[in-house]
Design a protein around this ligand. Sequence first.
Ligand code: FMN
Length: 224
Amino acid sequence: MDLTDVMRTAFSARAFTSDPISDETLYRILDSARFAPSGANHQGWRVIVVRDASIRRQLADICIPVFRYYRAQDDAGEVPFNPITPTSVSPEVADSTALRYPMLEHFDDPSKVPLVLVVALDLKVVTAFDANQPRIGVISGASIYPFVWNILLAARNEGLGGVLTTFLAHGEKRAQTILGLPNHYAVAAMLPLGKPAKPLSKLRRRPVESFTTIDRFDGPAFDK
Ligand SMILES: Cc1cc2nc3c(=O)[nH]c(=O)nc-3n(C[C@H](O)[C@H](O)[C@H](O)COP(=O)(O)O)c2cc1C
């Protein structure tokens, strides 16, 4: 595919056909993704291809209550898990909120979710220039998410799809134990991949001039 087409059509797929992804295809995807940049070129990524059904089930079971909370906050009009504004949703309300996320319920079934990758980041090799800031860190993520996104772009280029999920990080300690990850490996993403069951619908994204200004945040909008 043409690069622009790949970038403009890499949608989040959460339902897949039963077509398997061969090891050759996965290797090709990772072999392209590895050209991603990272701080000081440390390439602190690790990828775990999760084949074992019971491990997949345990990972999904971490995500299910987290996603119920996400749904409950979203239903309440909040930005879920926001680092600035605390939630007003109680755990009891979250627990009784419908999941509405079929993929998690059959996460251990390879005929429904052909491939699961967990991507972890070695925090021992991360340079975080914002570690001194009194806010949540964002720079460390830049040493892993270009790689993660490259995986999804390369998958798209193979006619496959997937979704960048991060809810597993909410239960990072448990995930580290299940996957045998050392403590200094942050769980950055979990990527289900497969052939999308539904065709692409047009991606809803804001136009350039809505988020680009000249000289200052309150400067005039940049337009062509
Ligand atoms: C940083 C980040 C975290 C995300 N975490 C999750 C997640 O935990 N679970 C999930 O289903 N989707 C997750 N997503 C996918 C987003 O919901 C998705 O990219 C967004 O809704 C746009 O969807 P579209 O590309 O199909 O338009 C995440 C995406 C990003 C970039």
